[in-house]
Design a protein around this ligand. Structure first.
Ligand code: NOJ
Length: 590
Protein backbone atom coordinates (compact mmCIF):
# COMPACT_ATOMS: atom_id res chain seq x y z
CA UNK A 1 0.00 0.00 0.00
CA UNK A 2 1.45 3.36 -0.96
CA UNK A 3 0.18 6.59 0.50
CA UNK A 4 1.72 9.99 0.08
CA UNK A 5 0.98 12.77 2.56
CA UNK A 6 1.61 16.41 1.76
CA UNK A 7 1.64 18.61 4.78
CA UNK A 8 2.98 22.08 5.41
CA UNK A 9 6.26 22.06 7.29
CA UNK A 10 6.49 18.30 7.48
CA UNK A 11 8.52 15.89 5.44
CA UNK A 12 6.67 14.25 2.59
CA UNK A 13 6.20 10.77 3.88
CA UNK A 14 6.02 7.89 1.46
CA UNK A 15 4.22 5.39 3.58
CA UNK A 16 5.27 2.19 1.94
CA UNK A 17 4.21 -0.10 4.69
CA UNK A 18 5.94 -3.37 4.98
CA UNK A 19 4.77 -5.67 7.71
CA UNK A 20 5.81 -9.16 8.73
CA UNK A 21 5.68 -11.51 11.64
CA UNK A 22 9.27 -12.44 12.40
CA UNK A 23 9.04 -14.03 15.79
CA UNK A 24 6.43 -16.35 17.20
CA UNK A 25 5.39 -16.30 20.84
CA UNK A 26 7.91 -18.14 22.98
CA UNK A 27 6.51 -21.47 23.88
CA UNK A 28 8.41 -22.95 26.76
CA UNK A 29 6.31 -24.83 29.20
CA UNK A 30 9.04 -24.57 31.81
CA UNK A 31 8.70 -20.78 31.86
CA UNK A 32 11.64 -18.45 31.63
CA UNK A 33 14.78 -18.30 33.69
CA UNK A 34 16.32 -15.30 35.48
CA UNK A 35 18.77 -14.52 32.67
CA UNK A 36 15.83 -14.36 30.25
CA UNK A 37 13.58 -12.15 32.35
CA UNK A 38 16.11 -9.72 33.84
CA UNK A 39 18.42 -7.15 32.30
CA UNK A 40 22.13 -7.91 32.44
CA UNK A 41 24.01 -4.74 33.35
CA UNK A 42 27.75 -4.46 32.66
CA UNK A 43 29.66 -2.71 35.43
CA UNK A 44 33.02 -1.46 34.19
CA UNK A 45 34.47 -1.52 37.69
CA UNK A 46 37.43 0.84 37.08
CA UNK A 47 35.01 3.61 36.15
CA UNK A 48 31.96 2.95 38.32
CA UNK A 49 32.65 4.26 41.83
CA UNK A 50 35.93 4.91 43.65
CA UNK A 51 35.77 4.63 47.45
CA UNK A 52 39.46 4.95 48.37
CA UNK A 53 40.28 8.15 46.47
CA UNK A 54 42.91 6.60 44.17
CA UNK A 55 40.94 7.65 41.09
CA UNK A 56 40.05 4.05 40.15
CA UNK A 57 36.69 2.40 40.78
CA UNK A 58 36.62 -0.53 43.21
CA UNK A 59 34.51 -3.39 44.55
CA UNK A 60 33.38 -1.40 47.57
CA UNK A 61 32.15 1.23 45.13
CA UNK A 62 30.02 -1.36 43.35
CA UNK A 63 28.69 -2.56 46.71
CA UNK A 64 27.90 1.01 47.72
CA UNK A 65 25.74 1.53 44.61
CA UNK A 66 23.51 -1.51 45.07
CA UNK A 67 20.43 0.59 45.76
CA UNK A 68 20.83 2.52 42.53
CA UNK A 69 20.92 -0.74 40.57
CA UNK A 70 18.07 -2.28 42.55
CA UNK A 71 15.98 0.79 41.90
CA UNK A 72 16.93 0.68 38.22
CA UNK A 73 15.32 -2.76 38.16
CA UNK A 74 18.07 -4.77 36.48
CA UNK A 75 18.37 -8.51 37.10
CA UNK A 76 22.12 -9.16 37.08
CA UNK A 77 25.44 -7.35 37.03
CA UNK A 78 28.43 -8.51 35.02
CA UNK A 79 31.69 -7.21 36.46
CA UNK A 80 34.55 -6.46 34.07
CA UNK A 81 37.72 -8.30 35.20
CA UNK A 82 38.55 -7.78 38.88
CA UNK A 83 41.32 -10.38 39.16
CA UNK A 84 44.97 -9.88 40.04
CA UNK A 85 46.53 -8.14 37.07
CA UNK A 86 49.31 -5.72 36.17
CA UNK A 87 46.62 -3.88 34.15
CA UNK A 88 48.43 -3.67 30.82
CA UNK A 89 45.02 -4.32 29.26
CA UNK A 90 43.07 -2.99 32.24
CA UNK A 91 42.36 -6.36 33.78
CA UNK A 92 42.20 -8.58 30.69
CA UNK A 93 45.80 -9.59 31.49
CA UNK A 94 45.37 -11.78 34.56
CA UNK A 95 48.29 -12.86 36.72
CA UNK A 96 46.19 -14.88 39.18
CA UNK A 97 42.71 -16.08 38.19
CA UNK A 98 41.73 -16.89 41.77
CA UNK A 99 42.72 -13.64 43.45
CA UNK A 100 41.25 -10.12 43.45
CA UNK A 101 43.41 -7.29 42.11
CA UNK A 102 44.41 -5.07 45.04
CA UNK A 103 43.41 -1.90 43.14
CA UNK A 104 39.84 -3.24 43.26
CA UNK A 105 39.88 -4.69 46.80
CA UNK A 106 40.14 -8.07 48.46
CA UNK A 107 38.38 -11.43 48.40
CA UNK A 108 36.53 -10.32 51.53
CA UNK A 109 35.30 -7.22 49.65
CA UNK A 110 34.16 -9.49 46.84
CA UNK A 111 32.26 -11.80 49.20
CA UNK A 112 30.56 -8.76 50.72
CA UNK A 113 29.61 -7.49 47.26
CA UNK A 114 28.18 -10.88 46.31
CA UNK A 115 26.17 -11.09 49.50
CA UNK A 116 24.85 -7.56 49.19
CA UNK A 117 23.71 -8.08 45.61
CA UNK A 118 22.18 -11.46 46.32
CA UNK A 119 20.28 -9.97 49.24
CA UNK A 120 18.99 -7.33 46.84
CA UNK A 121 17.81 -10.07 44.45
CA UNK A 122 20.47 -9.26 41.84
CA UNK A 123 22.66 -11.98 40.29
CA UNK A 124 26.40 -11.50 39.88
CA UNK A 125 28.35 -12.56 36.78
CA UNK A 126 32.12 -12.40 36.39
CA UNK A 127 34.32 -11.90 33.34
CA UNK A 128 36.18 -15.11 32.51
CA UNK A 129 39.21 -14.64 30.24
CA UNK A 130 40.06 -18.06 28.78
CA UNK A 131 42.29 -17.14 25.84
CA UNK A 132 45.32 -15.72 27.63
CA UNK A 133 46.92 -14.75 30.92
CA UNK A 134 49.34 -12.03 31.89
CA UNK A 135 53.00 -12.62 31.05
CA UNK A 136 53.53 -12.26 34.80
CA UNK A 137 51.30 -15.25 35.63
CA UNK A 138 53.21 -17.94 37.50
CA UNK A 139 52.19 -20.46 34.80
CA UNK A 140 53.84 -18.38 32.09
CA UNK A 141 57.00 -17.78 34.11
CA UNK A 142 57.27 -21.55 34.65
CA UNK A 143 56.40 -22.30 31.04
CA UNK A 144 59.31 -20.13 29.93
CA UNK A 145 61.54 -22.33 32.06
CA UNK A 146 59.87 -25.53 30.74
CA UNK A 147 58.92 -26.59 34.25
CA UNK A 148 56.35 -29.45 34.04
CA UNK A 149 53.38 -29.44 33.75
CA UNK A 150 53.49 -25.81 32.58
CA UNK A 151 55.81 -26.44 29.61
CA UNK A 152 53.02 -26.54 27.05
CA UNK A 153 50.40 -24.35 28.81
CA UNK A 154 51.09 -21.69 26.16
CA UNK A 155 51.55 -21.78 22.37
CA UNK A 156 55.30 -22.04 21.74
CA UNK A 157 56.88 -22.43 18.30
CA UNK A 158 60.37 -22.58 16.85
CA UNK A 159 61.51 -19.80 14.52
CA UNK A 160 61.90 -20.20 10.79
CA UNK A 161 65.17 -19.05 9.28
CA UNK A 162 65.26 -17.04 6.07
CA UNK A 163 68.06 -15.02 4.51
CA UNK A 164 66.92 -12.16 6.80
CA UNK A 165 67.63 -14.42 9.75
CA UNK A 166 65.31 -15.65 12.50
CA UNK A 167 61.58 -15.08 11.73
CA UNK A 168 58.23 -15.86 13.44
CA UNK A 169 56.64 -19.14 12.28
CA UNK A 170 53.96 -17.42 10.15
CA UNK A 171 52.27 -14.12 9.26
CA UNK A 172 49.67 -14.02 12.07
CA UNK A 173 49.05 -10.56 13.51
CA UNK A 174 48.08 -9.20 16.94
CA UNK A 175 44.70 -7.50 17.43
CA UNK A 176 46.05 -4.31 18.97
CA UNK A 177 48.03 -3.41 15.83
CA UNK A 178 51.43 -4.09 17.33
CA UNK A 179 52.50 -6.23 14.36
CA UNK A 180 53.31 -9.94 14.57
CA UNK A 181 51.31 -12.10 17.00
CA UNK A 182 54.59 -13.87 17.86
CA UNK A 183 57.09 -12.67 20.45
CA UNK A 184 60.59 -14.08 20.78
CA UNK A 185 61.58 -15.35 24.21
CA UNK A 186 65.33 -15.32 24.71
CA UNK A 187 65.31 -17.68 27.65
CA UNK A 188 63.24 -20.45 26.07
CA UNK A 189 64.62 -19.76 22.58
CA UNK A 190 61.15 -19.95 21.06
CA UNK A 191 58.34 -17.66 19.96
CA UNK A 192 55.10 -17.50 21.94
CA UNK A 193 51.73 -16.56 20.48
CA UNK A 194 49.91 -13.47 21.74
CA UNK A 195 46.83 -12.51 19.76
CA UNK A 196 46.43 -9.43 21.94
CA UNK A 197 49.30 -7.63 23.74
CA UNK A 198 52.84 -8.99 24.09
CA UNK A 199 51.93 -9.00 27.80
CA UNK A 200 49.02 -11.41 27.10
CA UNK A 201 50.42 -14.82 26.02
CA UNK A 202 47.82 -17.17 24.49
CA UNK A 203 46.99 -20.42 26.26
CA UNK A 204 47.40 -23.74 24.51
CA UNK A 205 44.03 -25.49 24.66
CA UNK A 206 45.61 -28.64 23.24
CA UNK A 207 47.12 -29.19 26.68
CA UNK A 208 44.66 -31.26 28.76
CA UNK A 209 46.27 -29.96 31.97
CA UNK A 210 45.59 -26.36 30.94
CA UNK A 211 42.00 -27.23 30.01
CA UNK A 212 41.45 -28.69 33.47
CA UNK A 213 43.21 -25.79 35.16
CA UNK A 214 40.84 -23.30 33.53
CA UNK A 215 37.80 -25.40 34.45
CA UNK A 216 39.04 -25.23 38.01
CA UNK A 217 39.03 -21.46 37.77
CA UNK A 218 35.34 -21.62 36.86
CA UNK A 219 34.66 -24.02 39.73
CA UNK A 220 36.52 -21.76 42.18
CA UNK A 221 34.15 -18.84 41.52
CA UNK A 222 31.03 -21.00 41.13
CA UNK A 223 31.78 -22.55 44.53
CA UNK A 224 32.04 -19.03 45.92
CA UNK A 225 28.49 -18.39 44.72
CA UNK A 226 28.70 -16.45 41.47
CA UNK A 227 25.80 -16.88 39.07
CA UNK A 228 27.79 -17.20 35.88
CA UNK A 229 30.22 -15.58 33.50
CA UNK A 230 30.78 -13.50 30.44
CA UNK A 231 33.42 -15.43 28.48
CA UNK A 232 35.95 -13.12 26.87
CA UNK A 233 37.22 -13.49 23.30
CA UNK A 234 36.14 -17.13 23.04
CA UNK A 235 36.56 -17.27 19.27
CA UNK A 236 40.34 -16.88 19.75
CA UNK A 237 41.06 -19.96 21.87
CA UNK A 238 42.17 -22.37 19.10
CA UNK A 239 44.36 -21.79 16.07
CA UNK A 240 45.14 -24.07 13.14
CA UNK A 241 47.78 -26.52 14.35
CA UNK A 242 49.61 -26.51 11.00
CA UNK A 243 50.23 -22.76 11.32
CA UNK A 244 49.20 -21.84 7.76
CA UNK A 245 49.55 -18.18 6.83
CA UNK A 246 46.33 -16.16 6.83
CA UNK A 247 45.27 -14.53 3.54
CA UNK A 248 45.16 -10.78 3.01
CA UNK A 249 41.73 -9.25 3.57
CA UNK A 250 42.01 -6.40 1.10
CA UNK A 251 40.50 -4.08 3.71
CA UNK A 252 41.03 -0.60 2.21
CA UNK A 253 41.19 1.07 5.63
CA UNK A 254 44.00 -1.11 6.98
CA UNK A 255 47.66 -0.25 6.84
CA UNK A 256 50.26 -3.04 6.40
CA UNK A 257 50.55 -5.10 9.60
CA UNK A 258 47.21 -3.83 10.94
CA UNK A 259 45.20 -6.71 12.37
CA UNK A 260 42.36 -6.23 9.88
CA UNK A 261 44.72 -6.41 6.90
CA UNK A 262 44.40 -10.21 7.18
CA UNK A 263 41.39 -12.47 6.99
CA UNK A 264 41.49 -14.45 10.25
CA UNK A 265 40.23 -17.78 9.02
CA UNK A 266 42.90 -19.84 10.83
CA UNK A 267 42.98 -18.09 14.19
CA UNK A 268 39.27 -17.52 14.92
CA UNK A 269 36.24 -19.80 15.41
CA UNK A 270 38.13 -23.06 14.79
CA UNK A 271 36.02 -26.26 15.05
CA UNK A 272 37.70 -27.35 18.34
CA UNK A 273 36.46 -24.15 19.98
CA UNK A 274 32.85 -25.31 19.93
CA UNK A 275 33.73 -28.56 21.66
CA UNK A 276 35.47 -26.57 24.41
CA UNK A 277 32.42 -24.32 24.82
CA UNK A 278 30.32 -27.45 25.23
CA UNK A 279 32.69 -28.72 27.94
CA UNK A 280 32.38 -25.38 29.76
CA UNK A 281 28.61 -25.70 29.57
CA UNK A 282 28.92 -29.07 31.31
CA UNK A 283 30.90 -27.46 34.13
CA UNK A 284 28.28 -24.71 34.47
CA UNK A 285 25.39 -27.20 34.34
CA UNK A 286 26.97 -29.42 36.98
CA UNK A 287 25.90 -26.66 39.39
CA UNK A 288 22.23 -27.14 38.49
CA UNK A 289 20.05 -27.96 41.43
CA UNK A 290 17.41 -29.68 39.30
CA UNK A 291 16.69 -30.49 35.66
CA UNK A 292 14.83 -27.26 34.90
CA UNK A 293 17.03 -24.99 36.95
CA UNK A 294 19.61 -22.91 35.13
CA UNK A 295 20.93 -21.31 38.29
CA UNK A 296 24.29 -20.55 36.60
CA UNK A 297 24.68 -19.26 33.06
CA UNK A 298 27.26 -18.05 30.60
CA UNK A 299 27.38 -15.75 27.62
CA UNK A 300 30.09 -15.63 25.00
CA UNK A 301 31.85 -12.66 23.42
CA UNK A 302 32.70 -13.16 19.75
CA UNK A 303 32.78 -10.76 16.84
CA UNK A 304 32.37 -13.33 14.06
CA UNK A 305 30.35 -14.08 10.91
CA UNK A 306 26.75 -14.97 11.73
CA UNK A 307 27.03 -18.70 10.92
CA UNK A 308 30.01 -18.99 13.28
CA UNK A 309 28.31 -16.97 16.03
CA UNK A 310 25.21 -19.14 16.04
CA UNK A 311 27.26 -22.30 16.61
CA UNK A 312 28.16 -20.97 20.07
CA UNK A 313 24.58 -21.77 21.09
CA UNK A 314 25.50 -25.42 20.54
CA UNK A 315 22.92 -27.99 19.53
CA UNK A 316 20.59 -30.47 21.21
CA UNK A 317 23.26 -33.09 21.73
CA UNK A 318 26.06 -30.70 22.69
CA UNK A 319 24.76 -27.55 24.39
CA UNK A 320 26.83 -24.39 24.10
CA UNK A 321 26.50 -20.99 25.74
CA UNK A 322 23.15 -19.67 26.95
CA UNK A 323 23.80 -17.08 24.29
CA UNK A 324 26.61 -15.52 22.27
CA UNK A 325 26.32 -11.72 22.39
CA UNK A 326 24.30 -10.17 19.60
CA UNK A 327 26.43 -7.23 18.44
CA UNK A 328 24.38 -6.58 15.29
CA UNK A 329 23.26 -3.13 16.50
CA UNK A 330 26.94 -2.29 16.99
CA UNK A 331 28.30 -3.82 13.82
CA UNK A 332 25.55 -3.38 11.24
CA UNK A 333 23.72 -0.22 12.29
CA UNK A 334 24.92 3.38 12.24
CA UNK A 335 23.92 7.03 11.69
CA UNK A 336 23.18 6.35 8.01
CA UNK A 337 20.86 3.41 8.64
CA UNK A 338 17.22 3.66 7.62
CA UNK A 339 14.15 1.70 8.73
CA UNK A 340 14.79 -1.12 6.26
CA UNK A 341 18.33 -1.59 7.60
CA UNK A 342 17.02 -1.61 11.15
CA UNK A 343 14.48 -4.24 10.15
CA UNK A 344 17.31 -6.29 8.62
CA UNK A 345 19.39 -6.08 11.81
CA UNK A 346 16.47 -7.40 13.84
CA UNK A 347 15.33 -10.01 11.34
CA UNK A 348 18.75 -11.41 10.59
CA UNK A 349 19.50 -12.26 14.22
CA UNK A 350 16.08 -13.81 14.75
CA UNK A 351 16.17 -15.72 11.47
CA UNK A 352 19.57 -17.25 12.17
CA UNK A 353 19.12 -18.21 15.79
CA UNK A 354 18.83 -21.99 16.28
CA UNK A 355 15.34 -23.29 17.03
CA UNK A 356 14.26 -22.75 20.61
CA UNK A 357 17.30 -20.69 21.65
CA UNK A 358 17.04 -17.30 23.29
CA UNK A 359 17.90 -13.95 21.62
CA UNK A 360 19.71 -10.97 23.18
CA UNK A 361 20.52 -7.39 22.19
CA UNK A 362 23.66 -5.42 23.00
CA UNK A 363 24.15 -1.71 22.24
CA UNK A 364 27.48 -1.04 23.86
CA UNK A 365 30.39 -2.16 26.00
CA UNK A 366 33.84 -1.00 27.12
CA UNK A 367 35.31 -1.81 23.68
CA UNK A 368 32.93 0.20 21.52
CA UNK A 369 32.12 3.90 21.25
CA UNK A 370 29.07 4.83 23.30
CA UNK A 371 25.78 4.18 21.51
CA UNK A 372 24.68 7.79 22.15
CA UNK A 373 27.79 8.96 20.28
CA UNK A 374 27.72 6.34 17.53
CA UNK A 375 24.11 7.14 16.65
CA UNK A 376 22.72 10.39 18.06
CA UNK A 377 22.29 11.48 21.67
CA UNK A 378 18.60 12.09 20.87
CA UNK A 379 18.10 8.55 19.56
CA UNK A 380 19.12 6.90 22.83
CA UNK A 381 15.55 6.41 24.08
CA UNK A 382 14.37 5.09 20.73
CA UNK A 383 17.21 2.63 20.31
CA UNK A 384 16.79 1.40 23.89
CA UNK A 385 13.05 0.95 23.27
CA UNK A 386 14.01 -1.40 20.47
CA UNK A 387 16.66 -3.19 22.50
CA UNK A 388 14.47 -3.66 25.55
CA UNK A 389 11.15 -4.45 23.90
CA UNK A 390 12.32 -6.87 21.21
CA UNK A 391 12.17 -10.54 22.24
CA UNK A 392 15.25 -11.55 24.26
CA UNK A 393 17.61 -10.41 26.98
CA UNK A 394 18.86 -6.82 27.18
CA UNK A 395 22.55 -6.30 27.98
CA UNK A 396 23.19 -2.71 29.09
CA UNK A 397 26.61 -1.06 29.38
CA UNK A 398 26.73 1.06 32.53
CA UNK A 399 25.86 4.68 31.83
CA UNK A 400 23.83 3.98 28.70
CA UNK A 401 20.72 4.31 30.85
CA UNK A 402 21.75 7.98 31.23
CA UNK A 403 22.53 8.32 27.53
CA UNK A 404 26.19 8.84 28.47
CA UNK A 405 28.33 9.96 25.55
CA UNK A 406 31.98 9.36 24.70
CA UNK A 407 34.43 11.64 26.46
CA UNK A 408 37.11 13.22 24.29
CA UNK A 409 40.51 12.07 25.57
CA UNK A 410 43.58 14.00 24.44
CA UNK A 411 46.66 12.12 23.25
CA UNK A 412 48.59 13.08 26.39
CA UNK A 413 45.77 11.60 28.52
CA UNK A 414 45.32 8.41 26.48
CA UNK A 415 45.95 5.10 28.28
CA UNK A 416 44.35 2.33 26.20
CA UNK A 417 47.17 0.25 24.66
CA UNK A 418 45.30 -0.12 21.35
CA UNK A 419 45.23 3.66 20.91
CA UNK A 420 48.81 4.07 22.11
CA UNK A 421 50.09 1.39 19.70
CA UNK A 422 48.86 3.19 16.59
CA UNK A 423 50.26 6.60 17.56
CA UNK A 424 48.91 10.13 17.66
CA UNK A 425 47.84 10.20 13.99
CA UNK A 426 45.42 7.29 14.33
CA UNK A 427 44.70 6.90 18.05
CA UNK A 428 41.25 8.49 17.93
CA UNK A 429 40.08 5.73 15.58
CA UNK A 430 41.30 2.86 17.78
CA UNK A 431 41.34 4.08 21.38
CA UNK A 432 38.75 2.65 23.74
CA UNK A 433 39.28 5.34 26.37
CA UNK A 434 36.28 7.57 25.43
CA UNK A 435 33.68 4.93 26.35
CA UNK A 436 35.51 4.04 29.59
CA UNK A 437 35.41 7.46 31.23
CA UNK A 438 33.83 7.55 34.72
CA UNK A 439 30.15 7.12 35.50
CA UNK A 440 28.31 10.42 36.03
CA UNK A 441 26.69 10.22 39.46
CA UNK A 442 26.07 13.87 40.34
CA UNK A 443 27.36 17.40 39.81
CA UNK A 444 30.01 17.35 42.56
CA UNK A 445 33.78 17.00 42.02
CA UNK A 446 34.58 14.33 39.41
CA UNK A 447 30.85 13.74 38.92
CA UNK A 448 30.73 11.98 42.28
CA UNK A 449 32.87 9.15 40.88
CA UNK A 450 35.92 9.85 43.04
CA UNK A 451 36.90 12.38 45.69
CA UNK A 452 40.57 11.81 44.89
CA UNK A 453 42.73 14.33 43.08
CA UNK A 454 42.54 12.71 39.63
CA UNK A 455 40.35 10.00 38.08
CA UNK A 456 42.24 7.52 35.89
CA UNK A 457 40.42 8.96 32.87
CA UNK A 458 38.87 12.44 32.62
CA UNK A 459 35.21 12.87 33.50
CA UNK A 460 32.87 14.01 30.71
CA UNK A 461 32.61 17.83 30.86
CA UNK A 462 28.83 17.53 30.48
CA UNK A 463 28.64 15.85 33.91
CA UNK A 464 27.07 18.90 35.58
CA UNK A 465 24.01 18.46 33.36
CA UNK A 466 23.80 14.83 32.30
CA UNK A 467 24.45 13.10 35.63
CA UNK A 468 22.27 10.47 37.27
CA UNK A 469 20.99 12.62 40.14
CA UNK A 470 19.91 15.40 37.80
CA UNK A 471 18.07 12.86 35.67
CA UNK A 472 15.87 11.78 38.55
CA UNK A 473 14.32 15.26 38.59
CA UNK A 474 12.76 15.64 35.15
CA UNK A 475 11.76 13.70 32.05
CA UNK A 476 15.06 12.09 31.23
CA UNK A 477 16.78 9.15 29.58
CA UNK A 478 17.07 7.54 33.00
CA UNK A 479 13.34 7.77 33.62
CA UNK A 480 12.58 6.43 30.16
CA UNK A 481 14.96 3.55 30.81
CA UNK A 482 13.23 2.71 34.09
CA UNK A 483 9.81 2.75 32.47
CA UNK A 484 11.14 0.38 29.83
CA UNK A 485 12.58 -1.91 32.50
CA UNK A 486 9.12 -2.31 34.02
CA UNK A 487 7.64 -3.01 30.61
CA UNK A 488 10.21 -5.77 30.03
CA UNK A 489 8.58 -7.65 32.90
CA UNK A 490 5.17 -7.78 31.19
CA UNK A 491 4.02 -11.11 29.72
CA UNK A 492 3.63 -9.44 26.31
CA UNK A 493 7.27 -8.42 26.15
CA UNK A 494 8.56 -11.63 27.73
CA UNK A 495 6.58 -14.07 25.61
CA UNK A 496 4.85 -12.20 22.79
CA UNK A 497 4.93 -12.35 19.00
CA UNK A 498 6.91 -9.76 17.10
CA UNK A 499 5.66 -7.94 14.00
CA UNK A 500 7.89 -5.44 12.26
CA UNK A 501 6.66 -2.56 10.07
CA UNK A 502 8.57 -0.26 7.79
CA UNK A 503 6.31 2.78 8.08
CA UNK A 504 8.42 5.10 5.96
CA UNK A 505 12.02 5.26 4.80
CA UNK A 506 13.03 6.49 8.25
CA UNK A 507 10.35 5.21 10.60
CA UNK A 508 10.52 1.68 11.90
CA UNK A 509 7.63 0.25 13.86
CA UNK A 510 7.09 -3.01 15.64
CA UNK A 511 4.40 -4.58 17.76
CA UNK A 512 4.45 -7.18 20.49
CA UNK A 513 1.31 -9.13 21.32
CA UNK A 514 0.53 -12.09 23.51
CA UNK A 515 -2.83 -13.78 24.05
CA UNK A 516 -5.22 -11.31 25.69
CA UNK A 517 -2.50 -9.18 27.26
CA UNK A 518 -2.13 -5.59 26.02
CA UNK A 519 -0.42 -5.19 22.66
CA UNK A 520 2.43 -2.67 22.46
CA UNK A 521 3.37 -0.66 19.39
CA UNK A 522 6.78 0.96 19.10
CA UNK A 523 7.59 3.62 16.49
CA UNK A 524 11.07 5.07 16.05
CA UNK A 525 12.02 7.96 13.77
CA UNK A 526 15.62 7.37 12.67
CA UNK A 527 15.52 10.32 10.32
CA UNK A 528 16.42 13.99 10.58
CA UNK A 529 12.99 15.45 9.80
CA UNK A 530 9.64 15.32 11.54
CA UNK A 531 7.55 12.43 10.19
CA UNK A 532 3.87 11.57 10.22
CA UNK A 533 2.96 7.91 10.20
CA UNK A 534 -0.24 5.98 9.95
CA UNK A 535 -0.26 2.75 11.93
CA UNK A 536 -3.54 1.74 10.31
CA UNK A 537 -1.47 1.06 7.22
CA UNK A 538 0.32 -1.58 9.22
CA UNK A 539 -2.75 -3.00 10.92
CA UNK A 540 -6.11 -1.80 9.71
CA UNK A 541 -8.01 -3.32 12.65
CA UNK A 542 -6.44 -0.97 15.17
CA UNK A 543 -8.60 1.46 17.14
CA UNK A 544 -8.33 5.08 16.01
CA UNK A 545 -6.81 6.22 19.27
CA UNK A 546 -3.73 4.80 20.99
CA UNK A 547 -2.36 5.61 24.41
CA UNK A 548 1.28 6.58 24.97
CA UNK A 549 2.92 4.18 27.38
CA UNK A 550 6.52 5.43 27.13
CA UNK A 551 7.83 8.42 25.18
CA UNK A 552 11.33 9.56 24.30
CA UNK A 553 12.49 12.79 25.94
CA UNK A 554 12.34 14.66 22.64
CA UNK A 555 8.88 13.44 21.59
CA UNK A 556 6.81 16.28 23.07
CA UNK A 557 4.48 13.66 24.54
CA UNK A 558 4.20 12.07 27.95
CA UNK A 559 2.84 8.79 29.30
CA UNK A 560 -0.94 8.75 29.16
CA UNK A 561 -1.27 11.12 26.16
CA UNK A 562 -3.62 9.92 23.45
CA UNK A 563 -2.56 9.92 19.80
CA UNK A 564 -4.47 9.34 16.57
CA UNK A 565 -3.47 6.05 15.06
CA UNK A 566 -3.50 7.37 11.50
CA UNK A 567 -1.62 10.54 12.33
CA UNK A 568 1.31 9.93 14.65
CA UNK A 569 3.77 12.80 14.53
CA UNK A 570 7.36 11.99 15.36
CA UNK A 571 10.08 14.59 15.72
CA UNK A 572 13.55 13.69 14.39
CA UNK A 573 14.97 10.77 16.45
CA UNK A 574 11.78 10.63 18.56
CA UNK A 575 10.15 7.36 19.56
CA UNK A 576 7.00 6.15 21.29
CA UNK A 577 5.66 3.01 22.88
CA UNK A 578 1.87 2.91 22.58
CA UNK A 579 -0.85 0.56 23.65
CA UNK A 580 -4.38 -0.16 22.55
CA UNK A 581 -5.66 -0.23 26.11
CA UNK A 582 -7.13 3.13 27.03
CA UNK A 583 -7.17 2.90 30.79
CA UNK A 584 -4.46 2.02 33.26
CA UNK A 585 -6.68 -0.74 34.59
CA UNK A 586 -6.49 -2.51 31.24
CA UNK A 587 -2.73 -2.51 31.40
CA UNK A 588 -0.99 -5.50 32.80
CA UNK A 589 -0.10 -5.05 36.40
CA UNK A 590 3.61 -5.62 36.36
C1 NOJ B 1 37.80 -8.49 24.72
C2 NOJ B 1 37.68 -7.50 25.83
O1 NOJ B 1 36.37 -7.02 25.88
C3 NOJ B 1 38.70 -6.43 25.58
O2 NOJ B 1 38.53 -5.32 26.42
C4 NOJ B 1 40.06 -7.06 25.75
O3 NOJ B 1 41.04 -6.11 25.44
C5 NOJ B 1 40.23 -8.27 24.84
N1 NOJ B 1 39.08 -9.13 24.84
C6 NOJ B 1 41.41 -9.08 25.25
O4 NOJ B 1 41.12 -9.79 26.42
Amino acid sequence: MIRIFFSLGLAITHNVVYSENIYKAYNNTNGLDWWQTGIIYQVYVRSFKDTNSDGIGDLNGVTQKVNYLKDLGIGAIWLSPIFESPQFDFGYDISNFKQIEKVFGTLADFDRLLNTYHNAGIKVLLDFVPNHSSHLHEWFLKSVKKIPPFTDYYVWEDPVYTKEGKQPPNNWLAVFNSGSAWEWNEERQQYYLHQFLVEQPDFNYRSPMLVEEMKNVLRFWLDRGVDGFRFDAVNFIFERADLVNEPESGDPESEPNDYYSLNHIYTLDQPETYEMVHQWREVIDSYKKSENDTSRMFMVECYSPVDKIMQYYGNDTALGAHFPFNFFFIEHFNRQSDAKQMRDVIASWLANIPEGRWPNWVLGNHDKNRVASRLDSMLIDGIQMAQMLLPGTTVTYNGDELGMEDTYIRWDEAVDPWGLNVGIRRYEKFTRDPQRSPFLWDNSLNAGFSDGPKPWLPVNPKFWRDNMQQQTKYKSHLRTYKQLVSLTKSPTILYGDLNVFILSKWVLGFSRSYLDHPTYFVVINLGSETERVNLLNARYTLPHILKVKVSSVNSGLVTGNLVRTENIILRPKAALVMTTSRTNEDDDNF
